[in-house]
Design a protein around this ligand. Structure first.
Ligand code: NAD
Length: 263
């Protein structure tokens, strides 16, 4: 139904969390899935047949190496999921004056911009060069509710995701006449991933001036559908967007937040 059999699709950050579920869902459709991740060994394959390449999206040379490797091995690229991302909850100013380490410093700023923004740009640039050779392709970017609504204690992260939304709209305009679609998905509160660790929750609770327990309760209450997002929910949406069934969808960011976010 989806027509993704044998399509070659790269998923960045697919060794963990949401990206891993996207990779698995795509594999179930018969696609040839390549995961590029900081935490991967080039040339390895898992039991499901997903192929791995070591990648650092913050390094243009690493990105270009991945694309060359995939084209040499699989002959083409049909889709790209820009999913690799990091989130360090940090305040603009440590109002309470108790934990200056939770005030955003230059290192954390550069890291978030590097992975979430620069990484998405250069990955897309390298892959779109391949798309243009055959006149088709789909890019799906992983944005966030934070990028649509802003987020208390996560202003830098939120700004990188708003940048992803800007890339999405701009590239859709730039590439539409080449039949290349660019879409983003904006998840909200989800099942735990490698990103939402205890350390993450502690940092977020401090920056929001609440306890970790309150964080959990407030989160749960705020979702109209009454549950956090499942990683499969996101995998299913991304898979649909990569397929020809979504042929008229481009230049937009789709919320997947159980009704919490207006977008
Ligand atoms: P995760 O930490 O479980 O997975 C992220 C993956 O990206 C990891 O495998 C990591 O090794 C990889 N990665 C990190 N830096 C990299 C780099 N420089 N180069 C290549 N790979 C790199 O996180 P997740 O929660 O699955 O998040 C996936 C995406 O979803 C991110 O873009 C995140 O911002 C977004 N998101 C997550 C949530 C959530 O609740 N978890 C909500 C909204 C949006």
């Amino acid at each position: 139904w989806l027509g993704l059999e044998n399509k070659v699709i790269i998923v960045t950050g697919g060794a963990s969390g949401i990206g891993k579920h996207i990779a698995r869902t795509l594999k179930d459709t018969g696609a040839q899935v390549v995961v590029g991740d900081l935490n991967a060994e080039t040339g390895s394959q898992d039991e499901e047949g997903i192929y791995y390449v070591q990648l650092d999206v913050t390094k243009k040379a690493s990105v270009e190496q991945l694309v060359d490797h995939v084209v040499a091995k699989f002959g083409t690229i049909d889709g790209l999921v820009n999913n690799a991302g990091i989130n360090l909850p940090r305040l603009l100013v440590d109002f309470k004056g108790e934990k200056p380490e939770y005030e955003l410093d230059e290192k954390a700023f550069d890291l978030m911009i590097g992975v979430n923004q620069k990484g998405v740009f250069f990955m897309t640039q390298a892959v779109v060069r391949e798309f243009l050779k055959k006149g088709s392709g789909v890019v799906v970017n992983t944005s966030s509710e934070a990028g649509m609504e802003g987020s208390n204690g996560q202003s830098c992260y939120s700004a990188t995701k708003a940048a992803v939304n800007g890339f999405t709209r701009s590239w859709a305009k730039e590439l539409g006449s080449h039949h290349i679609r660019v879409v983003a998905v904006a998840p909200g509160i989800n099942e735990k991933t490698g990103l939402t660790t205890d350390a993450y929750n502690e940092a977020l609770a401090y920056t929001r001036n609440i306890t970790v327990d309150q964080l959990g309760t407030d989160y749960a209450k705020a979702i109209p559908l009454g549950r956090p997002g499942r990683l499969d929910d996101i995998g299913n949406l991304v898979t649909y967007l990569l397929s020809d069934r979504a042929d008229y969808i481009t230049g937009t960011t789709i919320n997947i937040t159980g009704g919490k976010s207006r977008g």
